[in-house]
Design a protein around this ligand. Structure first.
Ligand code: SF4
Ligand code: SF4
Length: 575
C-alpha cells in the first residue's frame, strides 16, 4: 500500500507541471480549474480505491471503482476540455494584431481587475473592505470555489473527529424505571445446557418445541446444545473434514474452560489465591489506564476500554449450568467489583466471509479461545498488582453493554456490538476487578445506530429471519410469540434496542451443526483494515439516512457481504 500512496503522490505532484503548461496556453477560468481538479481527484481516488480492493482480494470492488470513479473522472475531464479549455486558447501575438480585438474573457478579467483597483482606491469603509470590495477583488466565483473547498475540508475534519465518537454521559440505550438485571438462567445456552432449568420451566420447553415443530423442524431443547457443537460433516465446501478440523482447533482452548457461558471455570476461575500482598501504586489514574491497556494489548487484545462496574449489566443471579448452581454477587463472588475492563478480540475477516460454514465458526472458536487467554492473563496481571480480578467471557454480565459503556462501540440491530474501527467481527471478554484508581472511558456515539436504522442488511441475510426489520429500536418486541412469556423468556426487557427472536437464531445453529455468523459477514461495517473502508465509514457519519441506504446497496454492488458462497471457503484456504 505504501507504493500505491507514493504513486498517488507522484501523480499529484507531476500534475502541477501540466497545470502550469495549460495555464500558459489557455485562459483558464474558475470552472475549468474546478473541472480539472475534480477530474484529477477522481482519477487518484480511483487508483487508490482499485489498488486497495485488489490488495484485499475483492476484484469486483476494484472493477466497480474503475467504472464509477474512473468513468466519472473521464467524463469530467472530457467535458472540461471540450467546453472550457479548448475554447479558451490564448490568442497568439499575430492574431491579436490582425483582429485588433480583445477576447471576451480578457475583457472580463480586465474589467474585474479594474473594478478591484477602483474598489481598493476608493478608501471605502471597513465593512466595504471586508465585504463587497474583497469579493470584487477576488471575484465572487473564486470566493465561492474557495468557500466550497473550505466547507469540504471542514466536513472532512468533522467526519474524522466524529469517527472517534462523541463522548456521552451514559450508554445511549434508554432503560425503563423498572429495568431489572438479566437473569442468567434466561440465557439461551445456559437454559439449553442445564437439565435442571429445563425441568424447572417445562412450559418454556413446550412453547419452543411446539413452535419449531410447527415450522417443520426436528428440534428438542434437551439435545440442542450438543447438536449445535457436534457438526454435520459432508463433502460440501465449508463442511468437510478439513473445515471441521480447523473449527475444532479454533475452539480447543475455550472448550478446556467449559462452555463459554459457564462461570468460575478454567481460565474464568474465581480463585484469588495469587493476589499479591503488596499493592502497586500508580502515579495517576491515567498511568493506571495506560498500563492496563498496554498489558491487554500485549496479551492479544485489539482494543481495550475501562468502565465502572454497573449492576444493571451484570447477570443476577449468576447460574452455573454444568454444576447446576445459582450464585450471588454478594455471597459467592470473591470480592465486590468496582471496575470492568473490556477487551476486543479481532476475528479473521476472510474466514468470517465464509459464513455460515465451519470455516467461519473456526474464527469464532479462535476468538473464544483468545478471549480466555486475554482475560485470564490480564486478570492474573492485576492480581499480581495486589488487587482482586476475575476473567469473564460470556458469563457474569452483558458483554455488549459493557463494551458500549467502555466507549468501544455501539449495540447494533443484530444484537451484537459494532466496534469502532473493527466493525462486528470481534469477540468481547471482560475482567472484573476491585481496582478503581483508574481513568474510565466514557461511552461514545459513533453514528452506528443511525446507520442501522436505514441498513437492515443483517436482517435480510439472516437465514431463519430472527433479526427484526423494524426501523427503530424499541422497548417492545414484535416477532411472533413475543407476547408469550414462555417463548420470549430470553428477551431482555426494559431496554430500548432492536428486539430479535434469538431462539430462532439458536435453532438455526442446531440445524446446521455449527455457528452461523451470516449477519456478521453481511454487515457493511465488517471490513478489513483498508483506507477506502475507513473513508466510507467516515462519510456514513456525516451523511443523512437515504445515503445510508444508497451506501448499503453500493456495498452489495461492489461485491461485499455475500453469504453462503462456496467460493469464500476456497478463498480462505488459498489466501
Ligand atoms: S447468527 Fe445467523 S441465524 Fe443468528 S442472527 Fe445472525 S444471521 Fe441470523
Ligand atoms: S448489517 Fe446494517 S443494520 Fe445490521 S448491524 Fe450491520 S449496519 Fe446495522
Amino acid at each position: 500500500m505504501g507504493m500505491m500512496w507514493t504513486t498517488v503522490g507522484l501523480v499529484a505532484g507531476l500534475s502541477v507541471f501540466v497545470y502550469v503548461e495549460l495555464a500558459k496556453r489557455f485562459r483558464l477560468d474558475w470552472r475549468a480549474w474546478t473541472g480539472l481538479i475534480l477530474g484529477e481527484f477522481l482519477i487518484l481516488f480511483c487508483i487508490a480505491w482499485s489498488v486497495a480492493s485488489v490488495a484485499e482480494g475483492v476484484p469486483r470492488s476494484a472493477s466497480m471503482g474503475l467504472i464509477m470513479f474512473g468513468g466519472t473522472a473521464l467524463i469530467a475531464m472530457i467535458l472540461t476540455w471540450r467546453l472550457l479549455i479548448e475554447p479558451a486558447q490564448k490568442p497568439t501575438a499575430a492574431s491579436h494584431v490582425v483582429t485588433g480585438s480583445q477576447p471576451k474573457e480578457t475583457a472580463a478579467a480586465t474589467s474585474e481587475s479594474e473594478d478591484a483597483t477602483a474598489a481598493s482606491q476608493s478608501g471605502s469603509t471597513r465593512r466595504a473592505f471586508f465585504g463587497e470590495s474583497v469579493l470584487r477583488a477576488i471575484g465572487w466565483k473564486k470566493a465561492a470555489a474557495g468557500g466550497a473547498a473550505l466547507a469540504a475540508a471542514g466536513l472532512g475534519t468533522y467526519a474524522a473527529i466524529r469517527s472517534k465518537g462523541i463522548p456521552l454521559d451514559q450508554v445511549p440505550n434508554e432503560m425503563t424505571d423498572d429495568y431489572k438485571s438479566f437473569d442468567n438462567r434466561n440465557c439461551i445456552q445456559t437454559f439449553c445446557i442445564s437439565e435442571e432449568l429445563q425441568e424447572m420451566y417445562p412450559e418454556r420447553v413446550k412453547a419452543w418445541e411446539a413452535r419449531a415443530k410447527r415450522d417443520g423442524k426436528d428440534f428438542t431443547v434437551a439435545t440442542s446444545h450438543a447438536l449445535s457443537i457436534k457438526g454435520k460433516m459432508s463433502d460440501q465446501p465449508g463442511y468437510t473434514q478439513l473445515d471441521y478440523a480447523l473449527r475444532s482447533g479454533g475452539w480447543l482452548t475455550s472448550r478446556s474452560s467449559g462452555p463459554a457461558a459457564m462461570p468460575d471455570s478454567g481460565a474464568r476461575s474465581w480463585d484469588q489465591s495469587d493476589v499479591a500482598q503488596q499493592q502497586w501504586r500508580f502515579d495517576s489514574q491515567q498511568d493506571a489506564a495506560k498500563a492496563i491497556k498496554r498489558a491487554a494489548e500485549l496479551y492479544g487484545a485489539a482494543a481495550c476500554g475501562i468502565t465502572r462496574r454497573d449492576r444493571r449489566f451484570d447477570y443476577d443471579p449468576i447460574y452455573d449450568p454444568i454444576n447446576e448452581k445459582e450464585l450471588t454477587w454478594d455471597d459467592d463472588f470473591p470480592f465486590e467489583p468496582k471496575t470492568v475492563i473490556v477487551c476486543l478480540i479481532e476475528q479473521d475477516y476472510i474466514a468470517m466471509s465464509a459464513a455460515p460454514t465451519a470455516v467461519a465458526d473456526a474464527t469464532v472458536g479462535q476468538g473464544y479461545s483468545e478471549m480466555d487467554v486475554v482475560a485470564s492473563h490480564l486478570a492474573h496481571f492485576i492480581r499480581l498488582l495486589g488487587y482482586h480480578a476475575v476473567a469473564s467471557g460470556n458469563d457474569l454480565g452483558l458483554s455488549t453493554a459493557y463494551a458500549a459503556s467502555a466507549g468501544l462501540g455501539e449495540l447494533a440491530r443484530a444484537g451484537w456490538l459494532i466496534a469502532a474501527g473493527f466493525g462486528p467481527n470481534v469477540r468481547i471478554c471482560k475482567v472484573y476487578t476491585d481496582f478503581d484508581f483508574v481513568e474510565y472511558d466514557p461511552p461514545r456515539d459513533f453514528g452506528i445506530t443511525n446507520f442501522c436504522i436505514h441498513c437492515k442488511r443483517c436482517a435480510d441475510a439472516c437465514p431463519p429471519q430472527s433479526i427484526t426489520h423494524e426501523d427503530h429500536p424499541s422497548f417492545e418486541a414484535t416477532y411472533e410469540g413475543a407476547d408469550d412469556p414462555n417463548y420470549a423468556f430470553a428477551n431482555h426487557k426494559g431496554v430500548r434496542k432492536w428486539q430479535n427472536d434469538t431462539l430462532k437464531c439458536f435453532e438455526y445453529w442446531v440445524e446446521g451443526g455449527t455457528g452461523c455468523s451470516s449477519c456478521v459477514a453481511a454487515c457493511p461495517y465488517n471490513k478489513p483494515d483498508f483506507w477506502h473502508h475507513d473513508f466510507v465509514e467516515a462519510t456514513n457519519i456525516i451523511t443523512p439516512g437515504p445515503l445510508h441506504q444508497f451506501n448499503k446497496e453500493m456495498d452489495k454492488v461492489f461485491g461485499y457481504g455475500s453469504v453462503n458462497d462456496p467460493k469464500k471457503v476456497e478463498q480462505f484456504w488459498k489466501s
